[in-house]
Design a protein around this ligand. Structure first.
Ligand code: ZN
Length: 276
């Protein structure tokens, strides 16, 4: 559920809320989501203090002053919530971390697909997909030149390429649709069918859509467990009119995922591109 703009918002909120707080208690409801990669248990965090909260692609990391680190991969349905110790934390609750001032961090996941790792600080080798993340699209390494290099020679459909986290870290389903709509590219287009100008436009669309998504989520000022999607133009808008041309938004399957697009703004037919 949390996509990059959501995670940036969650990260910033948690960093300021948890900063230096001492943990007084931990309640585990769903042991199945835990992967403890250290000899001590999760309870070893009691009495430790939060040192930092950071994001790595789709992962959220928490560093503690006792040399431990917790890394969470929320996948499709993981969600964070800050509340008082006694507040109802909702369904799907996996764990609650209670702090000295009465604040609690809750993590819930209805699908139990996400994972919570406890590691020695910096020891990411055994976290699946952590070290295989591609270039972070919010980092300065993500340049137009880098993007052209990454897409060159790719045989994938463009939507599949955008969502490949070993290449770009990290674009999820909702923003993949919004980016392709912004770039006016049909989701089933193959990478090699794109002209150089279209690749350049696509790079600009990634920037534009992700950074305006971050601004929209920030502006909405919702609690961190709420997903802000009101600014989406095509995602989950099947059978509603395209905000640009009025054509009915369609949904199609692209390699097992639902893609939403406007058939007029993002046509399938492409000019033959002859590369002599
Ligand atoms: Zn349209």
């Amino acid at each position: 559920m949390p996509e990059l703009p959501d995670l940036v918002y969650i990260e910033n909120n948690l960093r300021s809320a948890l900063n230096s707080k001492r943990i007084t208690d931990i309640k585990i409801k769903e042991p199945i989501v835990f992967r403890i990669l250290v000899s001590k248990g999760f309870e070893s965090l009691i009495d430790a203090r939060f040192e930092n909260v950071y994001r790595h692609g789709p992962f959220l990391g928490f560093k503690f002053d006792n040399g431990s680190e917790m890394v969470i991969h929320p996948m499709l349905a993981g969600r964070f919530k800050l509340g008082s110790e006694t507040a109802r934390s909702g369904r799907g609750l996996c764990f609650s971390i209670h702090m000295e001032d009465g604040l609690a961090l809750h993590y819930a996941d209805d699908k139990k697909m996400g994972k919570v790792y406890l590691i020695e600080a910096g020891d990411y080798a055994n976290i699946p997909r952590y070290t295989q993340q591609g270039v972070d699209i919010l980092s300065e390494k993500f340049t137009l030149q880098t993007f052209h290099g990454l897409i060159q020679g790719q045989r994938k459909q463009i939507r599949v390429f955008l969502m490949d986290q070993t290449i770009l870290s990290a674009i999820g389903n909702a923003y993949a649709d919004e980016i392709l709509f912004h770039a006016r590219i049909h989701p089933k287009t193959f990478c090699y069918q794109l002209t150089q100008d279209e690749v350049t436009q696509l790079f600009r669309s990634i920037h534009e859509v992700i950074y305006s998504g971050i601004a929209e989520v920030e502006k909405a000022r919702q609690p961190i467990e709420i997903k802000v999607r009101d600014h989406m133009k095509v995602r989950n808008r099947k059978d509603t009119p395209c905000p640009c041309c009025g054509t009915t938004i369609r949904r199609a399957g692209v390699l097992g995922y639902d893609a939403y697009f406007c058939p007029s703004c993002q046509p399938t037919s492409r000019k033959q591109f002859i590369d002599w």
